[in-house]
Design a protein around this ligand. Sequence first.
Ligand code: APR
Ligand code: PHB
Length: 390
Amino acid sequence: MRVQVGIIGAGPSGLLLSQLLHLQGIETIVLERRTGDYVLGRIRAGVLEQGMVDLLHEAKAGERMAKEGLIHDGFEIIFNGKRHRIDLKGLTGGDVVTVYGQTEVTKDLMDARAAMGGQIVYEAENVQILDLESDAPKLTYQKDGTSHEVTCDYIVGCDGYHGVSRKTMPQDILREFERVYPFGWLGILSETKPVSDELIYVNDKRGFALCSMRSETRSRYYIQCAFDEDLEEWTDDRFWDELRARLPEETASQLETGPSIEKSIAPLRSFVAEPMRHGRLMLAGDAAHIVPPTGAKGLNLAASDIYYAANALLEYFKEGSEDGLNNYSHNCLRRIWKGERFSWWMTTLLHRFPDESPFDRRIQAAELEYLKESQATQKALAENYVGLPF
Ligand code: APR
Ligand code: PHB
């Protein structure tokens, strides 16, 4: 079999790329190791920048998001027990974010792909990339005990942090940059009314907390926990008690609790692999970079990679130009590193570090005070939160 673009991974990156290319008449196949239900079972962040929203519309997968997504003009930060609002819309001259879960984005993309007859192979085992430096790289995989081979013009690795694509890049040209944070996030999803209309990020002496949501009746909450925390030890009651203890009394008293419908622990990591292209293999999304979730940038950075990848491939197939492909890694990384910086900064500002010195504490307190007082600092935060231009 032969296609123009072979895509590994049917997360949001792979599905969005496949959809955008198909709409321009470029043939793709997506190979996914898991089942569709498994992919939809992963709960991740839910704050979309306008660039991502625009791309989903361009991909003809934005209809439900336009109806059900919640437009947020601002969010709050709590420190020293007091609430402070960041007026995203006012500070940026009109920009907002859309709260809509990654699970829903993925589902809408899956439906859009199915409606167009897109080729997605679920449960594709042992995907491998061959002849990556030739003009006709190949993808091989097994499905139901049969081996398959797909010859491609280009291959895009959208297979997440644990995927096969990054590992296939020649290791002598690949550079990896990493920071692992000494804590994780324990998150729960519940069918309860969110404690506030806007997201609340909390820096408390017991640790970070985040009050987020998926809809007007579904909440998502997180608390900072030890990186090796045992999930089994966290009953719902213990979670709610700990969350309440990190909120000011007035907010805690308004917290509606209920049984969790999902509960999980995520480690916090910053990671970037460079370059993002070698020969006829490109990396996109989590396959090339990870951010800690504090700035809600993971999915949005994946979206900007896909924007550059789709345009570069389009230019190649329609005009025969390799300029976009040659600049792909550079263009992506310029934006990614700014997203990395912002996510690291938000993480450093809002968490309690187990190894922090009294000096570190005072610097963090000064930074929060400065943010409260300085419009310039708030503006810098706001323009990053709503998303830097592509
Ligand atoms: N072969 C085929 N598929 C694979 C392989 C493999 N060897 N390895 C991984 N995959 C699949 C995974 O099962 C997953 O469905 O690739 C997909 C990668 O999806 P994501 O991890 O969601 O990555 P991406 O699509 O880039 O989305 C980025 O995910 O982690 C969040 O914060 C991140 O929101 C961002 C988004
Ligand atoms: C979420 O709703 O899951 C969420 C929101 C904002 C973040 C991280 C996660 O910064």
